[in-house]
Design a protein around this ligand. Structure first.
Ligand code: EAX
Length: 331
C-alpha cells in the first residue's frame, strides 16, 4: 500500500472519509398536523430537497400528526438534542421567545403578501436571530394562514355571538386573552388533543385556518365555520442548535438551500389548499358564513385592551418595529 492508500484506510476506519453510511446524517422532523396538511407536505418537501442537495447524505425522516409529541414537547426535544427539526406556530414558539407572539396580534395583516414581506424582511429576520439563545436555529417562516372560528352551536355573525362559547385555543397567553376578551371562554390545549375535546363536547369551538379544519376532520364535530380571520399564523421551520452546530458548513448550506426552496413551495401549497378547502368543507356539510368587515372591526375595537397588553408583553420596541414593517409592506 502506498502512503495515500494507508491514509485512506485509516480515515475510513475512523469513519472520516468516503460516502459510506457512517457519514450519513440522520435527522427527525416532527410536525403536529396530519400528512394532508401543508405543514407536513412542506416538511416532506424539505426532507426530499435536503436529500437531493446533499447528494443523498442528509436523510430526514418526517413524523407527522404529533407522533413525536406536541409543538411544545418537540421544541423541548430540539433543545435537548433528541430531535433535530420541527415547524411550530409562532404562537407556541412565543413561550420560549416572547417576541414571536407579536405575529398573532389580532387583525394586524391585510393579506398573505404583506405577511411574506414582513416575515422575509428585516423584521422577520430579527425574530429568527433571537432563536440561538434558546438553543434553536430558524430556517424560515412557513404559513398556517388566517384563522377562522368554528363551533357546534351557531354561526358567528356578530361579536356577541361568541358569548359563553368554550373555545379551545393554542397554548399561548395572547390567544387565551383574545377569546376571553371577545366574551368566549378559552381552554388552551395542544392541537392533537382537540378532535377528542370537540367530539366529547368538552369544548364547543376552536379556531384554525381552513386547511387545519379539513386535515383534522373537524367537519365531523363542528357545524359552523365563520370567517373571522382574526389572526394570521405563521409557522417556523427550526433546527436544534446543538445538531446544527455539529454539521459541516456544506451540510448547513444544503439545508439552508433546501429550506429556502421548501418555504416557497410550502406557502404556495398552503394558499392553494386554503382556497380550495373552503369549498370542500361546505361539501362536507359545514355551514360557512362570511363575517362582515364592519363586525370584524367591532371585534378589533373590543380587543383594544388585549392588543395593548400584548404589545407591552412582547416589548413595545418589537411591537413598534412590527407595525412599522407592516405599514411599509406592499399589500
Ligand atoms: O401548529 O395548534 C394549532 O391550532 C395550530 O394551528 C397548528 O397546530 C399549527
Amino acid at each position: 500500500m502506498n502512503t495515500s492508500k494507508i491514509l485512506m484506510a485509516a480515515l475510513l476506519a475512523l469513519g472520516l472519509a468516503g460516502t459510506g453510511h457512517s457519514q450519513d446524517i440522520k435527522a427527525k422532523l416532527g410536525t403536529s398536523l396530519p400528512d394532508t396538511h401543508p405543514q407536513t407536505i412542506g416538511a416532506r418537501k424539505f426532507a426530499e430537497l435536503a436529500d437531493k442537495k446533499s447528494n443523498g447524505r442528509i436523510k430526514i425522516t418526517v413524523y407527522s400528526a404529533a407522533q413525536l409529541g406536541s409543538d411544545q414537547q418537540m421544541q423541548a426535544a430540539l433543545r435537548g438534542g433528541t430531535q433535530e427539526f420541527t415547524v411550530p406556530s409562532t404562537a407556541t414558539l412565543a413561550n420560549l421567545v416572547k417576541e414571536f407572539g407579536v405575529i398573532g396580534l389580532p387583525f394586524s395583516f391585510a393579506n398573505e403578501k404583506q405577511a411574506d414581506a414582513v416575515l422575509d424582511g428585516p423584521f422577520g429576520q430579527s425574530l429568527l436571530a433571537r432563536l440561538p439563545e434558546k438553543e434553536l436555529v430558524g430556517l424560515g417562516f412557513w404559513e398556517n394562514g388566517f384563522r377562522n372560528f368554528t363551533n357546534s352551536k351557531r354561526p358567528i355573525t356578530r361579536v356577541d355571538d361568541l358569548a359563553g362559547l368554550k373555545v379551545r385555543t393554542m397554548q399561548n397567553n395572547l390567544y387565551i386573552d383574545l377569546f376571553n376578551g371577545l366574551g368566549a371562554n378559552a381552554v388552551p390545549m395542544p392541537v392533537n388533543e382537540l378532535f377528542t375535546a370537540l367530539e366529547t363536547r368538552a369544548v364547543d369551538a376552536q379556531e384554525n385556518p381552513f386547511t387545519v379544519v379539513h386535515a383534522q376532520k373537524f367537519y365531523d364535530v363542528q357545524k359552523y365555520l365563520s370567517t373571522t380571520g382574526h389572526a394570521y399564523d405563521a409557522l417556523v421551520l427550526i433546527a436544534g442548535k446543538k445538531f446544527w452546530d455539529g454539521l459541516k458548513p456544506e451540510d448547513r448550506a444544503s439545508l439552508q438551500d433546501a429550506a429556502r426552496e421548501a418555504t416557497l413551495f410550502q406557502r404556495q401549497t398552503s394558499r392553494e389548499l386554503n382556497t380550495r378547502m373552503r369549498g370542500e368543507l361546505i361539501k362536507l356539510g359545514m355551514l360557512v358564513n362570511d363575517v362582515p368587515d364592519a363586525e370584524r372591526q367591532r371585534m378589533r375595537e373590543k380587543l383594544a385592551p388585549v392588543i395593548a397588553k400584548h404589545q407591552t408583553a412582547v416589548g413595545e420596541d418589537t411591537a413598534k418595529a412590527f407595525f412599522d414593517a407592516i405599514a411599509k409592506a406592499p399589500k
